[in-house]
Design a protein around this ligand. Sequence first.
Ligand code: TLP
Length: 360
Amino acid sequence: MEGYTLPRRDGSDSAPDLIDLRSDTVTLPSAAMRAAISAAALGDDVYGEDPTVNALEQLAAQRVGKEAAVLVVSGTMGNLAALLAHCQRGQRVILGNESHIYHYEAGGASALGGLIYHPLPTDPNGCIDLSALEAAATTINDPHFSPPGVICLENTHNRCGGVVLTPDYLAQVRTIAYNHGLPVHLDGARIFNAAVALGVPVTELTNHVDTVMFCLSKGLAAPVGSLVAGPAEVIARVRRIRKMLGGGMRQAGIIAAAGIVALTEMVDRLAEDHAHARLLAAGLAELPGVQIDLSKVQTNIVRFHLNHPRLRVAEFLAALRAHGILMGSLSTTSIRAVTHYGIERTHIEQVITVAAEILA
Ligand code: TLP
């Protein structure tokens, strides 16, 4: 990434002031994205007349091997619209109890859609046990129980530390779902990280699901936007629900232009982020008080526990911050660091040096 300066948070492009590892959502658009934004052909997307949005939606559908795709404001809106498109009020959303949809999306499917979350235990690999899934997917012919509506998976799995669900596991889930006449929705916010980590075309993952939501605004570094892709008839419903949620945008080509750059130029470089995450994890693993399972560092997320004689998580994070390094806490004992566009090997080395000084 020659010529890229870690951006200052005040918006100027001068010397870096922070090594921000809180999330890959903090990425700022590349020069190519900014150029594409300013040159984008625009129209009113609610009329279906924004050529840049139309081009992005076509490209996205083709990339993930689906009939159609729709641009939405955020991953949260994309997941919500997809769940509402799959289910009727009163139906169950079967999902992992560590999933982003369950933890971090403000209960939208329940609050706004009258759906019921049916959380199932998640193993450290981000997988839901197949027999639990089978039981939850079974419709019980008894009016006491709400019927199942959809099965959700997450790949890569955020709260499990960015672990990758394999095509084999996805295929097994699909078989269960189809045996019970249920669709599968994939929260693929970081699906390209999964594909790059496995070294497979992303379609080997998305072929096993009915709908997939993926984000442009995380490791792919676009400023805004996610897509929901799937069968044309389901995506037409998602499009109407997007409007209902207030997500019908007008000259959204401004957003889509950066999204096209994200999909065409930023996918392969995710391998750099993964290498940086491994480097960071290996460095941190040597430090006193750090507990980390290196086998779980599969993509761009490093999750570790701190059990230090002197420092609690909040104190450690504050000390890092004083050195211009930001990480996030997942609980009172665990920390997340995410590598992304703009973070270079030298930044990772600096983080390890500073963390070593703090924990010494
Ligand atoms: N994740 C964010 C936070 O919300 C935790 C982050 O920093 O990782 N699915 C997954 C798996 C996600 O990780 C996220 C964002 C979303 C959906 C929601 O995407 P947005 O933020 O665009 O609504």
